[in-house]
Design a protein around this ligand. Structure first.
Ligand code: SER
Length: 324
């Protein structure tokens, strides 16, 4: 039976992934780790939790030994916008942290999931329907660390036969957890503001198209990829996946179908706009569909309806129950 270690388990993806993995494999089979304690009661009480810094390689191997881990979801990372203001920390955590995890995975013969991103592409990449195999010359530190991560994971697979697999995730939208420091965060903030104030001031241009995905689809993709038949995987690190692509303007039209009074205005943040402009408008995920059967469930309107219903429910709860 699998014992799974999740790093960055308190973060945007890690917190929902941990709960989903515990539901699928059993509470005691999933060891959540992070550099901070979770405030979310369900996450804290539903299974083992360890404080773990991915820059501490000895501690990683100790935790893996104690818990007899044989699969790792390595979610600890710094996102794109914060990565530009703290490039040194982004390199340390996103590359050196991954390296420590890869070494531990090699030593204990674990399979490994690594999240890459649409940020692994750059201005020289074909912008529309971006192919699986194409030019990757990102101009953000975040993108540089993601390309390095993809290459490192491929290297460990080819050199040491380590079962590493990864996804180039698009912007993720969730009602349960808020993002921190990404370029695509507007697509989450907009829902909170639409419900609270019927108004949102967006920091990206109205016509800025980016790939996006609702969190339940993303969690399912991460689990399905790790369960996929190994012999069918040609790409491994890392698969393009998407569920939808929209602009702030088309997202606001979708919200207006549910909240007709909603209005969007714009106050462009040049730093985040520059990052978004260097990423694809839309990506081609046919390799993921063909090699392991990827198929999203939520399109834009389905996500908008579910987000608004779930967020309204969450926002009407007493303060201490709001974290999930
Ligand atoms: N959502 C991420 C970001 O904006 C992209 O992977 O940084």
């Amino acid at each position: 039976m699998k014992k799974i270690l999740v790093t960055g388990a308190v973060g945007q993806i890690g917190s929902e992934l941990t709960v989903a993995l515990r539901k699928k494999y059993g509470d005691d089979k999933v060891i959540a780790t992070d550099i901070r304690m979770p405030s979310d009661i369900e996450l804290r009480n539903s299974g083992p939790f360890e404080i773990l810094d991915c820059l501490d390689s000895h501690h990683i191997t100790r935790v893996m030994q104690i818990h007899k881990v044989d699969r790792i979801y390595h979610m600890a990372a710094i996102l794109s916008a914060v990565g530009e203001s703290k490039p040194n920390q982004a390199w340390q955590l996103n590359v050196n942290g991954l390296y420590n995890i890869l070494e531990a995975a090699r030593q204990y013969q674990c399979s490994l999931f690594f999240p890459s991103s649409i940020g692994a592409f750059g201005p020289a990449t074909p912008k529309v329907n971006t192919p699986q195999d194409t030019i990757q010359r990102p101009e953000t530190m975040y993108g540089v660390t993601k390309v390095a991560g993809e290459l490192l994971c491929d290297y460990y697979h080819k050199r040491f036969n380590l079962d590493s697999r990864g996804l180039r995730l698009p912007g993720l939208i969730s009602y349960a957890t808020e993002p921190g420091g990404g370029t695509t965060d507007y697509a989450v903030e907009i829902f909170y503001e639409a419900i609270k104030h019927k108004q949102y001031t967006c920091y990206l241009r109205d016509d800025c198209s980016l790939d996006m995905m609702y969190m339940p689809d993303a969690i399912r993709a991460m689990i399905e990829l790790m369960e996929a038949e190994s012999s069918k995987l040609i790409h491994r690190n890392a698969f393009n996946i998407t569920a939808m692509n929209f602009t702030p303007s088309t997202l606001s039209e979708s919200i207006k179908k549910v909240i007709p009074e909603f209005e969007i205005s714009f106050n462009i943040d040049p730093a985040r706009q520059k990052i978004a402009d260097s990423w694809p408008d839309s990506i081609d995920d046919s390799s993921a569909r063909n090699e392991w059967g990827w198929k999203p469930k939520y399109d834009l309107d389905a996500m908008t309806n579910d987000m608004i219903a779930k967020l309204k429910g969450k926002m009407s709860l007493p303060e201490q129950q709001k974290s999930r």
